[in-house]
Design a protein around this ligand. Structure first.
Ligand code: NAD
Ligand code: TYD
Length: 341
């Protein structure tokens, strides 16, 4: 394994992964294939453009001709590309099925044709659906409940089909909720941070009691690297931190670190079909030697500081298209004081 295609490498997790991966493996070459949707951003890869072992290709994983040509010059595909936001999947599910299911199939077909050494699918804990109690283990049944999680489960099924039917050397990771630098400000943590910086309300769905197992993106990326190199072929690995944090706690921590008043918390209509709890058993991945470096309070503090110091990165994103989505999703006009698009 030396020549890697990283799809979705201009997104949040993909770009953090590519930086770490090129540094950790001095002989690896990376081609990022990314369509640059609203969530893809070349600024996320700033500084890498001239890297001798890096190249960027703008394109769609659903384009078989393009994917085939790139796969002919590679040994492995790491599939990060996806439509990734649950709320957008409730408004416009079609793109999720297209990229997360059909696109995954296009990549698998190319990996098979060119005899690739590995295919790593970056999946999510959301495929388990809402979990009442205990921790999800890799053998638990999949019970996705949103168009996003159903499309990710569909992608996984394609991966299993290519393992079982064609002996493709695959592995799947199921990450929990990531946070950290370069996360598009629609997910709860960057949305709450950037809204609070501007004294805008933090929209908390329902009671704010839904629980997530938040993981710092650096820990997730190192976990993917460990699974790629040490994971058993054909297996799935949960990559979660194992904690439980609810929406109120996220809001309170962000407001405390920024020194903003709790009156910015605003309870809004709940998300339809809201999964109230995810929680991963991460022991299988830890048995490979993967170790976590962040706990949620310190990771959140670091992340708040990053957004404070990098307004140049997120301010341009909170403009026209973002507020159009905001209006539709929160069924409200952009909050008073929101910058015009
Ligand atoms: P993101 O939305 O920030 O980035 C996705 C990237 O994929 C973008 O750069 C986008 O331009 C690209 N893309 C979308 N459709 C494409 C297509 N058809 N062809 C090529 N590129 C395309 O997402 P993220 O948060 O970085 O998530 C990356 C992966 O990790 C996804 O597969 C997601 O399901 C998974 N995941 C995310 C989380 C999380 O908390 N964010 C947790 C677990 C798993
Ligand atoms: P999100 O960041 O969208 O990730 P996911 O739904 O994929 O887990 O949401 C995380 C949690 O935060 C989830 O319980 C929904 C909640 N949430 C809010 O309360 N308000 C918001 O504006 C958003 C985006 C999420």
């Amino acid at each position: 394994m030396r020549r890697f295609i990283v799809t979705g490498g201009a997104g949040f997790i993909g770009s953090n992964f590519v930086r770490m991966f090129l540094e950790a493996h001095p002989d690896y070459e990376v081609t990022v294939l990314d369509k640059l949707t609203y969530a893809g951003n070349l600024e996320n890869l700033k500084g890498l453009q001239d890297h001798p072992r890096f190249r960027f290709v703008k394109g769609d994983i659903c384009d078989p001709g393009l994917v085939d040509g790139l796969a002919a010059e590679a040994d492995c595909i790491l599939n990060f590309a996806a439509e990734s936001h649950v709320d957008r999947s409730l408004l416009e599910p079609g793109a999720f099925i297209q990229t997360d299911v059909f696109g995954t199939w296009v990549l698998l077909e190319a990996a098979k044709k060119h005899g690739h050494e590995r295919f790593l699918q970056v999946s999510t804990d959301e495929v388990y659906g809402h979990v009442d109690e205990g921790r999800s283990t890799e053998t638990d049944p999949l019970a996705p409940r949103s168009p996003y999680s159903a499309s990710k489960a569909g992608g996984e099924m394609q991966v299993w089909a290519y393992r079982d039917s064609f002996e493709l050397p695959v592995v799947i990771t199921r990450g929990s909720n990531n946070y950290g630098p370069y996360q598009y400000p629609e997910k709860i943590i960057p949305l709450f941070i950037t809204n609070a910086v501007d004294d805008l309300p933090l929209p908390i769905y329902g009671t704010g009691k839904a629980l997530r197992d938040y993981i710092h993106v650096d820990d997730h990326c190192r976990g993917i690297d460990v699974v790629l190199h040490k994971g058993q072929l054909g297996e799935t690995y949960n990559l979660g931190a194992g904690g439980q944090t609810d929406g109120n706690q996220v809001a309170d921590t962000v407001l405390e670190v920024l020194g903003k008043p709790s009156t910015l918390k605003q309870f809004v209509a709940d998300r339809p079909g809201h999964d109230y709890r995810y929680c991963l058993d991460n022991s299988k991945a830890r048995a490979l030697g993967w170790e976590l470096e962040y706990d949620v309070p310190s990771g959140l503090r670091q992340t708040v500081r990053w957004y404070q110091e990098n307004e140049w990165w997120w301010r341009p994103l909170k403009s026209g298209e973002f507020w159009e989505f905001y209006k539709r999703n929160y069924r409200a006009a952009p909050p008073a004081g929101a910058p015009a698009g």
